[in-house]
Design a protein around this ligand. Structure first.
Ligand code: F6R
Length: 615
């Protein structure tokens, strides 16, 4: 939700800021803007509704200069997408400019106070309140920028990552965070900030990951200064190295990040399993289970919480843990879990799943469970993210940066981590036979090759996709391990093609959705050959009897469902508990190509943003 970039150094800041905004555009793209202090000491703001490309167009004939600047790409919360609501926001005197990712919860109280002091507001945003409050602190209490930001933030509740610059002091850039992501790059004579590392890595690998409630002063030619909002104490900056390369954040010859990320899945699963899966011995060594296996084994329940695609992975986790470890599991979307006063026992284990590690509802659910004594285990992709910091233990998915707004490789690596965790735990708890354990682990070793076999059928999926661009609704059906896959397929389709789709447990169809089926209605059936095959075959026949158009995902060599289906996509045979790793691939491709055929912007679908840092 919103991307922020900042630069202070010796180079012209504008191109660096624009490039940074392009890299962060996945976080929001309804308006964009930059602010720079130029060589004549003017603080100029350029901003416009729409994508970063619009901002570039708007700026193209302007003489923009300055070696200090801030920039923002927005996903609207307070106030519609418009020029005036775009960031950066000026203070009343236009001496200060500010960018913000997050929400100022008490902005109405602060705004009323500032209006009573004669401040006028130009936008409908919560952000403008903060920049005005900083100016008020400077004027009323005769403070410098750093102290004024500090004092203003002491009065603010909510979530933020901010960047602030001042007309009269082009040598200073202030930043701070609470519950919104922020990274500070420390280069040779230059500093950068970003909502993630992508605007930074081209210039330096040395970074600081600010903690919550820290206010940071970046000053030309000086050491970075960090103060905690809790006790004013100075904190020594700890410089870390980013493990990311430019290739990781570029499209690498693919038309879209989403397609690149679909095709990256064999590699990302390999990285995810690397060092954890011993291929020769057919063993899984997971630090989390080595160190905390006892805590899991003694758990009264496992609770899984997440949002969106990560929640779908969590639903597969339920099947995995209950089947393999015989531990009862409850899975709930984090936004419901956090507000319904759930019963949490101190001997529960809560698994939180998040690609970004910054999803506000997931973080709040974790905090709630932590307060009530549960053991918190995190599964997330972004190293050093808020989820990673809140956990007692956990496993990174190591999928590499996921930039396409629709989650693909994050999902398969999350399922892979859940499968490895459940297998390692089942072995430790002796709820699985040695033979079954080694057979399933052996099969995990083959998954990359099998995914490649599915990717080889891309042209076929593309052809099928073209037929279904007319559809206004889709139904996805699956059973058992593949019921959450049906839900994931439906989510992928609706978010990037804007076709309404629902994922349903196949047998539930008779209890309502069957009424929707007619000769127009496409039904995607996830029907690999496992113990429920005959049951799902009956469901397919029920659809056929009502003239629905069936696209079936079946196991290679399938005979029966093929007879009923209009189109068939085959997946290689595998263990049932690992089958979601394969069945989801054609569904990702199907939604991608339908969206492309409909001319949609798949990497930046309307109204969405990658990382939902507001509730
Ligand atoms: C769907 C999608 C979202 C995310 C959800 C959770 O393609 O990307 O549904 O899965 O917003 O995000 P994370 O996993 O970052 O917590």
């Amino acid at each position: 939700m919103c991307g922020i970039v900042g630069y202070l150094g010796t180079k012209e800041a504008f191109p660096i800021l624009i490039k940074g905004l392009h890299r962060l555009e996945y976080r929001g793209y309804d308006s964009a803007g930059v602010a720079l202090v130029d060589k004549d000491g003017n603080l100029n703001v350029y901003k416009t509704k729409g994508k970063v490309a619009n901002l570039e167009e708007y700026c193209k004939d302007k003489d923009i200069s300055g070696t200090v600047g801030i920039a923002h790409t927005r996903w609207a919360t307070h106030g519609e997408p418009s020029d005036k609501n775009a960031h950066p926001h000026y203070s009343q005197s236009k001496n200060i400019a500010l960018i913000h990712n997050g929400i100022i919860e008490n902005y109405l109280t602060l705004k009323t106070f500032l209006i009573s002091k004669g401040y006028e507001f130009k936008s409908e945003t919560d952000t403008e309140v903060l920049v005005q409050l900083i100016e008020y602190m400077m004027q009323e209490h005769k403070l410098g920028l750093y102290d004024a930001v500090y004092q203003a933030l002491s009065q603010v509740t909510g979530a933020y990552a901010i960047g602030v610059i001042e007309r009269n002091n082009p040598n200073v850039l202030i930043t701070a965070r609470i519950a919104s992501p922020l990274i500070v790059g420390v280069g040779e004579g230059e500093f950068l900030l970003g909502s993630d590392a992508s605007p930074i890595i081209e210039y330096t690998k040395n970074v600081i990951y600010p903690e919550d409630r820290q206010v940071i002063k970046i000053e030309r030619g000086k050491e970075i200064e960090i103060r905690s909002l809790d006790n004013e104490k100075l904190i020594k900056p700890e410089i870390k190295q980013i493990q990311l390369s430019l290739d990781d954040i570029e499209k690498g010859g693919f038309d879209h990040f989403m397609l690149k990320e679909i095709f990256e899945q064999p590699k990302s699963l390999n990285l995810c399993m690397n060092g954890r899966l011993q291929r020769e011995q057919k063993e899984i060594i997971l630090r989390g289970i080595q160190d905390y296996g006892e805590r899991f084994a003694k758990a009264r329940r496992i609770l899984i919480t997440a949002c969106g695609t990560s929640w779908h992975a969590g639903l597969i986790g339920k099947y995995l843990f209950e089947t393999l470890c015989r531990i009862p599991v409850e899975v709930e979307v984090a936004s419901e879990f956090r507000y319904r006063n759930p019963v949490i026992y101190s001997d529960d284990v809560l698994i939180a799943i998040s690609q970004s590690g910054e999803t506000a509802d997931t973080l709040a659910a974790m905090e709630l469970a932590k307060k009530q004594g549960a053991f918190i285990y995190g599964i997330c992709n972004v190293v050093g993210s808020s989820v990673a910091r809140l956990t007692d233990s956990g496993t990174y998915t190591h999928a590499g940066p996921e930039i396409g707004v629709a989650s693909t490789k994050a999902f398969t690596t999350q399922v892979c981590v859940l499968a490895m965790t459940a297998l390692a735990l089942a072995k430790r708890m002796k709820t699985i036979s040695e033979e079954d354990y080694h057979r399933i682990v052996g099969e995990l070793c083959n998954i990359e090759t099998k995914i490649n076999k599915i990717l080889d059928q891309t042209e076929k999926v593309k052809d099928i996709s073209k037929i279904f661009t007319y559809a206004r609704n889709f139904l996805y059906l699956g059973r058992g391990f593949n019921y959450p896959v049906a839900m994931e397929g439906a989510l992928k389709l609706k978010e990037i093609s804007y076709i309404h789709a629902e994922g349903y447990p196949a047998a539930e169809m008779k209890h309502g959705p069957i009424a929707l089926i007619d000769e127009e209605m496409p039904i995607v059936v996830v029907a690999p050959h496992y113990k429920m095959y005959n049951k799902i075959l009956s469901n397919v026949q029920e659809v056929k009897a009502r003239k629905g158009r069936i696209i079936a995902i079946v196991t290679e060599g399938d005979v029966e469902i093929r007879k009923q289906a209009d189109y068939v996509i085959e997946i290689p045979e595998t263990e049932e508990c690992l089958s979601p790793l394969l069945t989801v691939i054609p569904l990702q491709l199907l939604s991608y190509y339908i969206a492309i055929a409909k001319g949609r912007d798949v990497d930046q679908p309307r109204n969405l943003a990658k990382s939902v840092t507001v509730e």
